[in-house]
Design a protein around this ligand. Structure first.
Ligand SMILES: Cc1cc2nc3c(=O)[nH]c(=O)nc-3n(C[C@H](O)[C@H](O)[C@H](O)COP(=O)(O)OP(=O)(O)OC[C@H]3O[C@@H](n4cnc5c(N)ncnc54)[C@H](O)[C@@H]3O)c2cc1C
Length: 291
């Protein structure tokens, strides 16, 4: 959306195509507390504000439209959704990331990846949270605020990587049981919830528990499956870009979490969007005027 804002302000005819809801992963977080200008703001509310700005600038927004195919090689790029084929002389790829799924075969349908979306159904209930990073801890705190009464949080590594302050906040709750060196090895449907088998990573000691639901926060992977063979990707699937967020294909730029980089936040994604749009503008002007 930031790229669209800068492109529109540069008087470029701009179309924004989004598979689900504009704003991506930020819609999944209850409180954003590191976005300059707001001490604390709900993620979806922040994204709605950005979308209002995008629309105010006259950007054509096509939501609930998955891009299924891209043609990037020639000077005219094509973007195909189920319904339309868009063409343009420059394209900015900002497909972000998606949660890594828990690799445990199960029929249990109580496994979730977004507490903002699904957490309220667990008020008064007990849940398993998988992942001891910032997301696992932040989202556990959020689940408690929704009225979840009991949480088991498991982390496969020896230590949780969440920030000390967040860990301290969660550890102060008596109904939260944090277990390191522990992984989930089996999940079975049981009544309206699941029976989970938790295994100590080193000794293989097992224990099973009933939980009403499972929330998984074990990292993200780049949404670049459709881009394989079209632009250069690093071994982890992230798009390789130059300093102006240009890819190896002329006229193709990339921005946000999908780019190979060290820090993935709203502010860094927005900075990428700014740079990619300005670089795309420069590329288009050069293509038009020859300088
Ligand atoms: C639980 C959680 C909490 C977070 N909290 C914070 C926080 O407090 N502060 C902070 O700074 N950052 C936070 N982040 C990180 C932040 O959300 C991301 O850095 C930011 O959303 C990246 O923006 P993006 O546009 O690059 O990618 P995304 O937000 O992933 O957006 C990519 C968009 O592309 C769309 N898309 C993908 N493939 C296609 C396709 N084929 N066709 C059409 N559309 C497609 C997706 O639907 C998605 O909307 C959090 C992330 C998570 C998961």
């Amino acid at each position: 959306m930031t790229a669209a804002i800068f492109a529109a302000r540069a008087n470029l005819e701009t179309v924004l195509v989004e598979e689900r809801t504009c704003g991506g992963l930020a819609n999944w977080t209850n409180t954003v507390e590191n976005f300059p200008s707001y001490i604390s703001i709900n993620g979806m509310e922040l994204m709605e504000r950005v979308l209002a700005q995008v629309e105010h600038l006259g950007v054509e927004v096509d939501q609930a439209a998955e891009v299924e195919r891209l043609g990037l090689s020639g000077p005219l790029k094509t973007v195909e959704t189920g319904e339309y084929v868009y063409t343009g002389r420059a394209i900015i790829l900002a497909t972000g990331r998606q949660p890594i799924r828990l690799k445990v075969e199960t029929e249990c349908d109580r496994i979730h990846y977004c507490s903002v979306c699904d957490g309220s159904a667990y008020a008064g209930k007990k849940v398993l949270v998988v992942g001891g990073g910032n997301s696992g801890f932040d989202e556990s705190l959020y689940l408690l605020s929704l009225g979840v009464t009991e949480i088991i949080l498991v982390e496969a590594l020896e230590n949780c990587s969440a920030s000390e302050t967040t860990q301290a906040k969660l550890r102060s709750h008596r109904t939260v049981d944090i277990r390191t060196c522990t992984s989930v090895t089996a999940i079975a449907k049981e009544g309206n919830g699941c029976r989970v088998t938790l295994e100590k990573v080193r000794c293989g000691e097992r224990e099973s528990s009933h939980v009403d639901g499972i929330f998984v926060f074990i990292g993200q992977r780049a949404n670049t499956r459709m881009l394989r063979g079209l632009v250069d990707l690093d071994p982890h699937g992230y798009i390789i870009t130059g300093p102006n967020r240009e890819t190896n294909v002329p006229g193709v730029f990339a921005a946000g979490d999908v780019v190979q980089k060290s820090y993935r936040y709203l502010t860094t994604a927005m900075a990428d969007g700014t740079i990619a749009a300005l670089a795309a503008e420069k590329y288009l002007r050069a293509a038009l005027t020859g300088c």
